[in-house]
Design a protein around this ligand. Sequence first.
Ligand SMILES: [Zn+2]
Length: 260
Amino acid sequence: MVFEGIVINKVAYKERDLIAKVLLRSGSVGSFYIYGGQGGGKSQKPTMFEFGSMMRLTIKETKTKKLDGAELFTVSEYVRTWEPQQLRYNIQAFYLCCLYFEILQKATLPLTSEQHYPVSQENEGIFSVVSNALFYLDDSLKKQNFDPAAHLSLFMVKLLFHLGIMPETGNCSYCGADLLESSGVIFQADQGQFACHHCVQGESQKGLFLRVKKAYQTRYQDYALLEGFIFNECDKLIQFFCHHFHLRPLELKSYSLLFK
Ligand SMILES: [Zn+2]
C-alpha cells in the first residue's frame, strides 16, 4: 500500500531509525517507522525526511506497531517527490512552518489501521492548503518577496475554511448588518465571529476584517497580491483556532518564537 504526504514531525529512534509523522492526502496524519531513516551509516546517506518534504511511502503490511499508544506503520520503501529548497536558510520561514505543523497536529485525526483503507477523502482540502503553503513559501523565498504576515494570514484563513470554522465575513453575527458598510467591526476571537460596532463595544478591527476577507478571496498562487498585512494581527486568528480546539497559544512551541 502506498501513501503520499508531507513530513510534519520526526523523532530519531534507536541508532538510525526514525519515526515520522506525515500529513497524508486524505487530511489525516500517519505515524511511520522507517528503518535507517536518519540516514548516516557507512555511506553517510543524508536523511530524506526533512520537514516539509513530500514523501511517497510504501508499507508492506497493514499490521502496526504500537509505541506510546500511537500506531506506527512500518515503511518498506520511500521516495522523496518534492522538498523545499530555501526553507532551511530563513529562520522566520522555518519557524512559521513549524507553527503550521504544530497547528495541524492539533487539528487532524491520526491514521489508524482500522480506518486506513479505504481512506475517507473528506479532509483533502487541508492537505492542499499545506502543500500550497509550503510550495509558495519556498517560491517567495526564491523570488525574495517573502512576507511572513501575508503567508501566515493566507494559511490560517484557508485552514479555518477547510476545518469548517471560518468566521462569517458577510454580516454582523448579531444584527445581520452588512459588515463592509459598518464603520466599525469587532472580531470576537473567543467566538470566531465578526460583529458590527452597534452590537459589540470595543476598538474597531475593520483592517483585520478587510484583510481576512481579502485572504479568503485570494488564491495561493496570487500570494504576492497581498500587501499591508500585519504579522501580530494573525495572532487573533491563532487565538480563535486555539479557543476552538481548547488550547492555549503557548502550548504551540513555535508560537512564542514568532509572537513575543
Ligand atoms: Zn450588529
